[in-house]
Design a protein around this ligand. Structure first.
Ligand code: SF4
Ligand code: MSK
Length: 670
């Protein structure tokens, strides 16, 4: 009988606990409760089940077992893994494709309500690909860039162009290893072809193509999605935001946008500020419209517009439980089918908008970028009309302030200034040991683990060890809810050296860098650190680690794999899709060994699955310290820094006057 967890075991977030208690009271099912009731199949979870043909499914539970076709455990695990990576790469990249088509429509004046907001970024990106920019209108440049980007998806030969933005040494390594992606769709299709019954049956050869497919995502589809979003909606810079369910408003029409693509959500933001719509809401008895986000759509509009985030992945059901949401508008990815049934208990309308996504029982209002503003207004009117149907509400009062919006462009500016943007101060701080290293903490929530706990625990521990943390996706929202994304408040929990740097530059200790596709920003930051000098000549030499402590989506596996291909050490928490049976003979499966030691030999990066958070921390710090030593940098010493800047001023202020004088002026004061 599966164990029923307490509220505390289900979530680290008080707002979530309050709503889960309410769900129990009402007898309403949530993902948390379903995770307790539905034990995972340990054969499938370990990657040992193959259902690639009608002779199966073949479930292999003993060392040396094979499927009916003779496929071994190693082959089956490799096939399952590459299929997940291909699905993740497809999701990110299809998002990138839609963004590129929107850019094309905007360039040709065919997209209602959109404009090119960041001309400087358009010119910078276009110039990287030798698209002429001088003396040309932004629309002309955008049209050429859109054509180039659209072509990357169907390209058959050559190289996916954003790969030229990787460090030179990395590009050479990829060329030598034969993993430069030729076309984004081509690599995804080939991953599926190779894993059809009777195709590629050498696990290492299968995983070689997994690397190529993942690079097509990180240095292809995802990078395109991020570039175009910035060009159309503005490159993020810090602003003030809020996160958690307490952002919902009792006296306003609450509309939540959930999913991933900013095209519709940005237009809903614009429509919600339209005087005609505000009047319509007032006529319905509300004070106005309160917009908020869930998952990565939340990150997109939070970091560009300051629109609050109602929560991360596991908050989607909890938001509806408040009874205060008139409409949840969804597009693609991470949307639970359970929302519709749950919403039946309340007045909330679930509105699907993507031509790719329908949910039985939901209202479908299809989005079309050519009529975006009109459709956004239509959606808001449906929500406003629903306000009168609202019953009793229960909105938790938990909400935290945060400062999101740390694009790599802004970090460059913050460190170097507007005339000479530079990563020099960051590299110097790492070289001196003030900052021990960098960790990118990314990825989802998973109802099989305590919501947010792993994200927050790992973040907190690494900050104390003077590790600068950058975050995206649901991890960033977990940190936002916990107060790490707010300059001064977050600094209390930070090691002395890192604290000095944050105070000197004026940044929070955890930098919110955006949504899942924006992990491509992290690739850019790592590349800029390499190019700045002093920390080696490729990403695998940096004292940096990538972590996905509560992962659940196939996209997370694609992200992890392109980070490994780029040279990073990546640790996943939670379940291990290549673990093998618990009673297996060997310590680790061949695939586990290959994606760790094998990939490290080939790419300098490695992938591991670790459930214990303390072990995640230990391996992270060990790796960072090893990379520091390999670079010949001084060993990290926590007592060396932290007595300058604001910290020193606070210490001095606490001293009696005479002692303070003596401390400041030394012998001269006497
Ligand atoms: Fe079984 Fe082979 Fe078919 Fe997989 S491909 S289901 S291992 S027979
Ligand atoms: S939304 S992929 S749960 S991070 Fe990007 Fe969050 Fe993971 Fe979805």
């Amino acid at each position: 009988m599966p164990k029923k967890r307490s509220l505390e075991e289900k979530s680290a977030d008080p707002a979530a606990r309050e709503m889960l208690a309410y769900a129990e009271e009402m007898g309403i099912s949530t993902a948390f409760e379903r995770a307790d009731a539905l034990a995972p199949c340990n054969i499938g979870a370990a990657g040992l089940c193959c259902k690639l043909c009608g002779m199966g499914p073949c479930r292999l539970t003993k060392d040396g077992a094979t499927g009916i076709c003779g496929a071994t455990i190693d082959t089956i695990q490799a096939r399952n893994l590459i299929r997940a990576i291909a699905a993740g790469a497809a999701a990110h990249s299809d998002h990138g494709r839609d963004m590129a088509f929107t850019l094309k429509a905007v360039a040709n004046g065919e997209a209602e309500g959109y404009m090119i907001r960041d001309v400087a970024k358009l010119r910078t990106v276009a110039a990287r690909y030798d698209i002429p920019i001088e003396g040309r209108a932004p629309e002309e440049i955008a049209n050429d860039l859109a054509d180039l980007y659209i072509a990357q998806f169907g390209q058959q030969n050559g190289r996916v162009v954003p790969t030229v933005r990787a460090p030179e040494k990395r590009q050479k390594l990829w060329e030598e290893r034969g993993v430069i992606p030729r076309g984004i769709d081509r690599e995804v299709v080939e991953a599926l072809h190779r894993t059809h019954i009777g195709d590629d049956q050498d696990p290492r050869h299968i995983l070689h193509h997994a690397i190529r497919t993942a690079i097509a995502d990180g240095w292809g589809g995802s990078m395109i999605a991020t570039d175009v979003s910035d060009i159309l909606f503005g490159t993020p810079a810090p602003l003030l935001g809020q996160a958690n369910l307490g952002v919902l408003k009792e006296d306003m029409v609450n509309v939540i946008v959930h999913g991933h693509e900013p095209t519709l959500s940005e237009m809903i933001v614009a429509a919600s500020q339209d005087p005609e719509i505000i009047e319509y809401a007032k006529a319905a008895g509300a004070k106005g419209i309160s917009l908020s986000g869930i998952c990565c759509t939340a990150n997109e509009i939070l970091m560009r517009q300051g629109i609050p985030a109602a929560g991360n992945f596991l908050h989607q059901e909890l938001a509806i439980l408040t009874g205060a949401v008139e409409a949840m508008v969804v597009d693609v990815q991470c949307i639970m089918q359970a929302l519709v049934k749950l919403a039946d208990n309340f007045h909330t309308k679930i509105i699907t908008t993507s031509p790719k996504v329908r949910i039985k029982g939901a209202t479908h209002i299809e989005f079309d970028e050519h009529r975006a503003l009109t459709i956004a207004k239509e959606i808001l009117k449906v929500a406003i009309d629903n306000f009168k149907n609202r019953g009793e509400t229960r909105i938790p009062q938990d909400r935290a302030d945060l400062i999101p919006g740390f694009s790599h462009e802004y970090i460059n500016y913050a460190l170097g200034g507007s005339y000479r943007g530079s990563f020099r101060p960051l590299n110097d701080a790492i070289m001196a040991g003030r900052i021990r290293g960098v960790a990118a903490i990314v990825g989802c929530n998973n109802p099989r683990t305590q919501q947010d706990f792993m994200h927050v625990y790992v973040t907190e521990r690494l900050l104390k060890e003077d590790v600068l943390v950058v975050e995206t996706g649901c991890s960033a929202i977990a940190s936002a809810k916990s107060g790490f994304l707010l300059g001064e408040a977050g600094l209390e929990k930070v090691g002395p050296g890192l604290r000095e740097v944050c105070e000197a530059i004026g940044i929070p200790p955890v930098l919110h860098m955006g949504s899942c596709v924006d992990n491509s920003r992290i690739l850019t930051v790592l590349t800029q650190m390499v190019e700045e000098g002093g920390l080696g000549d490729d990403i695998d030499q940096l004292p940096a680690v990538g972590l996905a402590p509560e992962w659940m989506s196939e996209k997370a596996l694609a992200i992890g794999t392109y980070c490994v291909a780029s040279g990073a050490y990546v640790i996943f928490g939670g379940s291990n899709p290549v673990s093998g049976m618990p009673d297996r003979v060997a310590d680790s499966t061949l695939i586990e060994q290959y994606i760790s030691e094998g990939w490290e030999e080939l790419y300098g990066g490695k992938m591991e699955f670790v459930t214990d958070p303390d072990e995640i921390i230990r391996r992270t710090l060990e790796h960072i310290d090893k990379k520091r030593a390999d670079l010949g940098l001084p060993a990290y010493d926590p007592n060396r820094f932290g007595r300058s800047g604001d910290a020193r001023i606070h210490e001095l202020e606490a001293l009696p006057l005479e002692e303070r004088r003596a401390a400041i002026y030394g012998a001269r004061a006497k």
